[in-house]
Design a protein around this ligand. Structure first.
Ligand SMILES: Cc1ncc(COP(=O)(O)O)c(C=O)c1O
Length: 449
């Protein structure tokens, strides 16, 4: 399953960033927007294969981030590359919003088969996660004839103005943009490691009850009458907010609330979907709970830009011309997605579950070893490690130092939330890679405290 590779360990042979990388970083500073949220360390990619990234100076890094949970099948998986190359030689673009080609119904049919949505589905194709979210918001407003949305603190749904109205994981994402475009109210996310009032760990039943009460006993009784709510937008595992899974009882309760009030349950699986959690979708861990609308992107195309909004067919009842996009559903991106799903179903989802459990066990050993690790959590290959001070308060500076120490040793990981590190490797990661990653992570923490 893992593409064969001779290389067993990262190779760092220059100071980082090396001289050729620095040239690119300097040119970037001159010509590219400064708004990108890049981390303190500076990785420049020249080429990549499987779980290995090579920079222009010949340094080789072990990738436990997958281009922020995108390269699900690993970098340049040979079967994905071959499928893309064949498609590029046959049809690059035609504009599926005005004309037809086989790839749209093929992928729509496949998504209908695999998405945890009750009954038949239809799909609107987009180019990114934010666009898939925009589609979901417009669709929910159109279908319910309502305008309000409920989102969660810590959530990330994208940076276009509609999606940004939902997003609340960092101040920097909002600062300077003044009012939000949509009528969105934010509520606490059920993080059992940090209760939203006490900042202390609590059991799942308590955090579930407190968050649900907030909706039913506060919001619905005051600012946000349920009959005016078009949708509740949930990341089943909060991604940018810190890789925090929602308790099963909470997700079930949200479904009940949506059913009682005719509210759309919009599940954002942009980061958690496509095998990342050890099942095809994070919602698949919640037996019996189905979404009304789902948003996908990132891992769907193994790196090709694609987003999808999948909805119950009876909800996707909007008129001709209501929503479309020139590039959305481009045949090359759709080909990559079809091949990606084939590979996921052919073993990579299982690998995510099994090797993810192995990685989680190793991270938990490090939690026992180091007081500065407060929590290890997640599902499959979507694992978060939270760094804390001795009194349990958050340790963002230490997290950043560890991140840099990993980079200097050739391990690519990325922060999430205020004080966590995420492991979101390509789903082809093997146990031998995990051993190397854990050894480097261990060394990096030891050198940072
Ligand atoms: C859960 C979630 N939703 C939406 C988005 C936005 O996706 P994109 O950056 O492709 O617009 C992201 C991106 O990180 C995400 O993690």
């Amino acid at each position: 399953m893992t593409p064969s590779t001779e290389l067993q360990r990262p190779v760092i042979k220059t100071s980082l960033p090396g001289p050729k990388s620095l040239e690119i970083i300097n040119a970037d500073a001159q010509y590219v927007t400064p708004s990108y949220p890049r981390p303190d360390y500076k990785l420049v990619a020249d080429h990549a294969s499987g779980v290995w990234i090579t920079d222009p100076d010949g340094n080789v890094f072990l990738d436990c981030n997958a281009g922020v949970a995108v390269c699900s099948t690993g970098h340049c998986h040979p079967e994905v590359v071959a499928a893309i190359q064949k498609q590029v030689s046959e049809l690059i673009h035609l504009c599926g919003t005005d004309f037809y080609y086989r790839h749209m119904p093929e992928l729509g049919k496949k998504l209908n088969e695999i998405c945890p949505i009750e009954g038949p589905t239809k799909t609107h194709f987009a180019n990114s996660g934010a666009e898939a979210i925009e589609t979901a918001l417009k669709l929910a407003m159109y279908h319910t004839k309502r305008q309000k949305f409920i989102s969660f603190f810590g959530s990330f749904h994208g940076r276009t103005l509609g999606a940004l109205s939902l997003t609340s994981s960092k101040k920097a994402q909002r600062l300077g943009f003044l009012r939000q475009a949509l009528d969105v109210v934010h509520i606490p996310y059920p993080n059992k490691f940090r209760h939203f009032v006490t900042d202390q760990p609590v059991d799942e039943a308590t955090i579930t009850r407190d968050c649900i009460n907030w909706i039913e006993k506060k919001l619905f009784q005051t600012t946000t009458p349920p009959e005016e709510v078009a949708g509740i937008v949930l990341e089943v595992v909060q991604g940018e907010g810190g890789y925090i899974p929602a308790p099963k009882a909470f997700v079930k309760e949200l479904r009940r609330i949506c059913d009682e009030h005719g509210i759309m349950l919009i599940i954002d699986e942009v980061q958690s979907g496509m095998g990342r959690t050890g099942k095809m979708f994070a919602l698949d861990h919640h037996e019996g709970v189905k979404a009304d609308i789902m948003c996908l992107a990132k891992g769907l195309g193994s790196g090709m830009p694609i987003g999808a909004c999948v909805a119950r067919a009876d909800i996707m009842d909007w008129h001709k011309g209501a929503h479309a996009s020139t590039f959305g559903g481009n045949p090359v991106a759709l080909t990559a997605a079809l091949k990606t799903i084939e590979l996921l179903e052919g073993g990579l989802v299982d690998n995510s579950r099994d090797v993810g459990a192995y990685l989680e066990a190793g991270l938990n050993k490090l939690k026992d070893k180091y007081d500065c690790i407060g929590d290890v959590r997640g599902l499959g290959m979507m694992l978060g490690v939270e760094f804390v001070r001795l009194d349990g308060s958050i340790a963002p500076e230490l997290r950043d130092i560890v991140e840099m120490a990993c980079f200097n040793r050739g391990l690519i990981i990325l922060g999430c939330g205020s004080n966590s590190i995420r492991f979101s490797p390509p789903l082809i990661l093997a146990k031998e890679h995990v051993d190397v990653a854990l050894e480097i992570f261990d060394e990096a923490i030891a050198a940072s405290i």
